[in-house]
Design a protein around this ligand. Sequence first.
Ligand SMILES: Cc1cc2nc3c(=O)[nH]c(=O)nc-3n(C[C@H](O)[C@H](O)[C@H](O)COP(=O)(O)OP(=O)(O)OC[C@H]3O[C@@H](n4cnc5c(N)ncnc54)[C@H](O)[C@@H]3O)c2cc1C
Ligand code: FES
Length: 332
Amino acid sequence: MAKIALNFEDGVTRFIESNPNETIAEAAYRVGVNIPLDCADGACGTCKCLSKSGTFDPGDYIEEALSDDEAAEGYGLACQMRPESDMVVDILASSEACKVAATMHETEITAIELLSSEIVKLKAKISDGSSINFLAGQYAHIEVPGSGLTRSYSFSCLPDTNEMEFLIRLIPDGLMSNYLRDVAKVGEKLNITGPIGSFYSREFTKPTLLFAGGTGIAPFIAMLEKLAKEGNNQDVQLFYGATTAENVVELDRIHALGTNLKVYTCTSNETVDNHAPGFVTQWINKSVLTADVYDVYICGPNAMVEAVKTSLEENQIKHSNFYTEKFVPTGI
Ligand SMILES: Cc1cc2nc3c(=O)[nH]c(=O)nc-3n(C[C@H](O)[C@H](O)[C@H](O)COP(=O)(O)OP(=O)(O)OC[C@H]3O[C@@H](n4cnc5c(N)ncnc54)[C@H](O)[C@@H]3O)c2cc1C
Ligand code: FES
């Protein structure tokens, strides 16, 4: 039995399991996910999808349905592909077109812990005892009780869990921020919908740079915990900036993850002993980044993500894979 994460064009992810010898399309149909199909015979190409990780038997098809170049890039035909391991697959259609909606979980708050005067660690467990799976780095929509409105938050814990965890910065007069500051209590119900998003860790096969701004550290904790669990010893450099020292959170937890993980921290609004003053961009130069090519992940506020992108370009730091997540206000 292989676990397959189907990523739809609109960022929704649905996990399915395939039985031995089952194609991806058959496994999807069995649980009500309607991947677009026409011939179901490897002849039309309607079900073309892109394998992002894992291995599969491509099955039988004709060149008109899938060219050799496409196959070499990782494309396959869902009606023919038989997974040989767990896989992540991009479906070239929206979740709506495939009759999939992100799952809404009824949860109960299990912890609201102030990590600093501005950052809360929120934990919530799924009330019916089931688990949520996600790709490390993805996020969920959390509904602010009584408002009908949601805000987006990245998971900061290992996937496949009954108890989710988030790191949330409380901003003055924010809807979710006010709820968490003044109203939320352990035991209260929260509706959490997910997983969502294309910012998730691919296989770490080359030196990797992670840039985190503020609570943008959350998805990286999920990624690094997954990496540590898998015993992956790839070289990873984490550049983690916050406004003040108290907002550099979860450092002990991060330092315990991975022998080949180097952590650089900085604070922009105060000068303190344990962190470099300034922004994460201070380390973007060829004396710190000595590998020929990197995979790069950036997460945080819009301005920070843009500054890191620009600095990487200016300093000619080469990358093969490049992923960003901006914590823009979710608004209405
Ligand atoms: C994909 C994604 C993932 C995210 N993950 C996280 C996460 O893991 N942790 C986390 O803390 N946040 C995360 N965010 C941001 C989060 O969704 C909210 O925008 C934030 O928590 C503010 O929500 P609120 O309801 O408290 O404020 P709102 O009621 O939405 O905002 C109130 C006012 O404050 C302004 N505002 C909103 N955010 C900020 C800000 N950051 N700085 C200054 N002013 C602001 C708004 O424009 C508005 O005027 C993520 C956003 C996205 C899009
Ligand atoms: S549906 Fe025609 S090739 Fe798969």
